[in-house]
Design a protein around this ligand. Structure first.
Ligand code: AMP
Ligand code: MG
Length: 498
């Protein structure tokens, strides 16, 4: 018989590149599967990344549901769960791993330009059953957290922020016990790689330095081959990760996104947003905002995110130590580069959001005063930037004034300075609208979609997904998604329970 060439849904058989690393890195196993899976949501954009036609009829939807529930184990290309470790809230947590995720394989990307130039997409199921790394977990994920991950992955991508993608969401009547009994769901995620800082830490901390070296060489060959020519490849890689992590966290800060759990096992080596748990977007601006109720000290609050990512990068440097030729001072210099890289990226993003993409003296002070004013007035982060573009000339929109009602004189004084700056060479409202989203995945929007989904109605989630796909557009049909939370909406209070 001829060797098979086809996987499911007309896709060519995938590769499993991590197999080349050796058996210390993973366990081959089939997802556990779920009863009666239903395909609930598909990201058509993400489907196209794989060259997949989004399903159009009931038969195609049933086929997708089976495949992306993990019900079609393929003996010719077994799934993998990988081992990693990590520091959680600053403490060494020891061995972790893909406790409830199965890597189906690496599929060719028809358009590498859509994939930051990478040739393949790793496709991973999350919530697809227990693996040897599940520890005390049940291997499952519930509908509410899966829906949040699905929606936010796609929202972040359309905001132009590096992130893993979400292909589809499948649910099942399988009962999952959390604080209450909930429905099981599985999200299919896409990324060039799901390798985390924690993968390097696992092999460093367990003394498997040959395996650590193999991981370094494999990573460099696959994702940054030019680092191989550097005099110290591990240092060159560290520098890259420092740079892109700084740029990532600057993008989060500028859009008001708080990840919620910036442990080293959740920090992507690629510098993409990874592992959406108790995340949130800040509404009324408070620098100490965190949606994660388990984080009582605010270690991962908006204000502390840059320092948290920097801390994680020190953990990466410590893990790479056996492979580094550089002395401690050179490694420190690379790590210290984080501060400048972050500041540069953050300033550029905020300046663009304020219509000051072409720098002039005094811009930094003006931007700092705006952030302080947002804080003092507890103004809505997203709405205030968006409305500001309408205030460059003529009357100031009432909705903008209302955000600053508690410090009106300071706001007027600031606005006068800003208007003068706009006259002297501002970007104009159209350019500002292209960088100031009107719609982000606010907590109350997600909660509304979740409540409907939990009673079997996915239409609100679909409508929200549609709105999140064009966050910068002034589409009247999406006006309801642009509003700040109603005054009586409970604030985000999420735990790690998912
Ligand atoms: P997280 O806090 O979601 O980043 O997960 C931390 C670790 O716990 C990872 O190794 C996960 O794979 C694992 N984990 C979280 N929830 C579960 C679950 N329900 N079943 C198995 N493993 C889990
Ligand atoms: Mg995680």
């Amino acid at each position: 018989m001829d060797a098979r060439t086809q996987w499911a849904l007309g896709l060519a058989l995938p590769q499993q590149p991590m197999r080349a690393l050796g058996h210390e890195f993973y366990t081959e196993l089939a997802p556990q599967g779920v009863p009666q899976p239903t395909l609930r949501l598909v990201s058509d954009d993400a489907a196209r990344l794989l060259g997949l036609q989004p399903p159009r009829d009931a038969a195609a939807r049933a086929e997708w549901a089976e495949v992306f529930a993990g019900n079609r184990a393929d003996p010719d290309c077994p799934a993998l769960a990988t081992v990693y470790a990590g520091h959680q809230f600053g403490n060494w947590a020891g061995q972790l791993g893909d406790g409830r995720a199965h890597l189906l394989g690496s599929f060719a990307a028809p358009d590498a330009a859509q994939n930051a130039g990478h040739a393949d997409w790793d496709v991973q199921l999350k919530g697809s059953g227990r693996t040897p790394y599940a520890r005390f977990g049940d291997g499952r994920a519930v509908l509410r957290s899966s829906l949040r991950e699905f929606l936010c992955s796609e929202a972040m991508w359309h905001l132009g922020i590096p992130t893993t993608r979400a292909l589809c969401l499948v649910d099942s009547p399988l009962a999952v016990q959390r604080e209450r009994v909930e429905r099981a769901a599985i999200v299919t995620r896409l990324a060039p790689s799901f390798v985390r800082v924690g993968h390097f830490e696992h092999f460093a901390h367990s003394g498997q330095h040959d395996a650590l070296r193999r991981l370094l060489q494999w990573w460099i060959a696959r994702f940054e081959p030019d680092c191989a020519d550097a005099d110290d490849p591990a240092l060159a890689l560290l520098q890259r990760v420092v740079q892109r992590s700084a740029e990532l966290v600057a993008a989060w800060q500028a859009v008001g996104f708080v990840h919620g759990v910036l442990n080293t096992d959740n920090l992507s080596m690629l510098g993409w947003t990874l592992d959406y748990g108790p995340f949130g977007f800040v509404d009324a601006f408070d620098p100490d905002y965190t949606p994660n109720t388990s984080d009582r000290d605010g270690r991962y609050s908006w204000r502390n995110q840059p320092a948290a990512v920097h801390w994680d990068l020190h953990a990466l440097a410590a893990a790479l130590r056996p492979l580094l030729d550089a002395d401690a001072a050179r490694v420190r210099a690379v790590l210290d580069g984080f501060g400048d890289a972050f500041e540069r990226a953050w300033r550029q993003r905020i300046a663009a959001r304020l219509g000051m993409a072409r720098p002039q003296p005094g811009d930094d002070a003006l931007a700092r005063a705006w952030i302080e004013l947002l804080h003092r007035a507890r103004a809505d982060w997203t709405l205030s930037f968006r409305l500001l573009a309408r205030a460059a000339e003529g009357p100031v929109p009432d909705a903008l004034r209302a955000q600053f009602a508690s410090c009106a004189p300071e706001f007027d004084a600031w606005l006068q300075r800003w208007r003068a700056r706009q006259h002297a060479g501002g970007d104009g409202p159209d350019a500002m609208d292209r960088v100031n989203p009107r719609i982000v995945l606010r907590h109350h929007l997600a909660q509304h979609a979740i409540a409907a989904a939990e009673s079997g109605d996915f239409a609100p989630a679909q409508a929200l997904l549609d709105a999140l796909r064009t966050p910068f557009a002034d589409n009247q049909a999406h006006a309801a998604f642009a509003a700040p939370p109603p005054a009586d909406a409970p604030p985000a209070a999420l735990s790690c329970s998912s």
